[in-house]
Design a protein around this ligand. Structure first.
Ligand code: PLP
Length: 393
């Protein structure tokens, strides 16, 4: 081996030794409540396709028609010639859907966050981040060169203290609306009031609330009925919407500024127009099919009740994210392995993704899960608990 790569080899071995080495499984066929991976069929509780739209026939048809009209590639960045009628229409629809003056469609949520944060603040400014913020928000904060402080999860009092002593000309508070590993909802009304009082912007990352929360799935701000010039809303379109991309919505001048300055918007080839058409088709279904959100609520209530006897605690969550806290890393992984051997795929999430001692199974519900699917999961978990306690039948 050349010395160039020795370093990687050793670091990879260390990862393996600590059971931190990640692998991928090869999925064949569409995403749905069941999934074929490496030739084996699984019942899936591991996707963010919360509304069961990722393989919706109507959305697939809309994508195919759009491919016939626009072709497949956008061929240029949006500001050169990659911005098609489909993108233009979608941005209008997204803004109307979340009740904001204007929206800008990005390639994905990771880039939307990085682009928005770095365009809003820079050196000399200040960012305040919830401790459990998504990696893309942390990376955006770092790239911005603004000074950034992390406040304890949902700790409004602590944030108020930090804002009160901040002397920076521009302040940006950043939070997930629904936290991706806990499924809890940020106190957005209190955060908005606080930001208004302190002249700060509030960037709300609604990756897990868009489509799921609010009337007609219009997202977390609408869930709380919030409206304010300090709000900057980010929604992703690869999760509940089942397609790809993301958008940032807010005051028209702010969104125009993002179009002028967000580098992850300017210096990348636009998403294909057919993806924008797919999202438009998805948006119509999100608004119309209340039964999908009703299924999620029923699923969450069912699990809460069936899993209550377990030795592990299901975090209270009214969203599609239902975390089962196991505690110990090896135990969480063991439980995942046990479920997998029974044909059920639920990911174990371990530190550093979550705090030490809180390793968990991240159960993701989908509107496409049937009652039988949920029963299978509950039965398997109850069986695993008794097996691990040593009194398995
Ligand atoms: C998934 C996710 C993102 C990134 O969105 P992509 O479109 O997948 O890049 C950003 N923020 C949060 C909270 C997420 O869960």
């Amino acid at each position: 081996m050349t010395s160039h790569h020795l370093h990687f080899h050793q670091s990879l071995s260390e990862l393996s030794a600590q059971s931190l080495r990640r692998t991928r499984r090869v999925v064949d066929g569409p995403q749905g409540p069941t999934l074929e991976a490496d030739g084996v069929k699984y019942l899936s509780f591991c996707s963010n396709d919360y509304l069961g739209l990722a393989s919706h026939p109507g959305i697939v048809d809309a994508t195919i028609s759009a491919a016939r009209r626009y072709g497949v590639g956008a061929a240029a960045s949006a500001l050169i010639s990659g911005h098609a009628q489909a993108h233009e229409t979608l941005e209008r629809e997204l803004a109307d859907f979340v009740g904001m003056p204007r929206a800008l469609y990005f390639s994905n949520g990771y880039m939307a966050n990085i682009g928005a944060i770095t365009a809003l603040v820079g050196a000399g400014d200040a960012i305040f981040l919830d401790r459990l913020s998504h990696a893309s928000l942390i990376d955006g904060a770092r790239l911005s060169r603004a000074e950034f402080s992390v406040y304890p999860h949902n700790d409004i009092a602590r944030l108020e203290h930090l804002l009160a002593k901040c002397r920076s000309p521009r302040k940006l508070v950043i939070t997930d609306a629904v936290f991706s590993m806990d499924g809890d909802i940020a106190p957005l009304a209190a955060l908005t009031a606080l930001c208004e009082r302190h002249g700060a912007w509030l960037l709300v990352d609604d990756a897990h609330g868009f489509g799921v929360l609010g009337p007609q799935g219009r997202g977390s701000l609408q869930h709380f009925g919030l409206q304010s010039d300090c709000l900057v809303y980010m929604g992703t379109l690869g999760k509940a919407a089942g397609v790809a991309g993301a958008f940032v919505a807010g005051h028209a001048d702010l969104v125009e500024w993002l179009m002028q300055r967000a580098r992850t918007y300017m210096f990348t080839t636009a998403n294909p127009a057919m993806m924008a058409s797919a999202v438009s088709a998805s948006l119509a279904i999100i608004g119309r099919d209340e039964w999908r959100r009703e299924r999620l609520r029923e699923g969450a209530a069912y699990l809460g009740q069936r899993l209550a006897p377990l030795p592990w605690k299901l975090l209270p969550s009214s969203t599609a994210i239902q975390p089962l806290i196991v505690g110990d890393n090896q135990k969480a992984r063991g439980l995942m392995g046990h479920l997998r051997s029974r044909g059920i795929w639920v990911p174990a999430i371990c530190p550093p993704t979550v705090p030490k001692g809180t390793a968990r199974l991240r159960i993701s519900l989908s509107a496409a899960h049937t009652n039988e699917h949920l029963e299978q999961l509950a039965d398997a978990l109850l069986y695993a608990a008794s097996a691990l306690a040593g009194d398995a039948p």
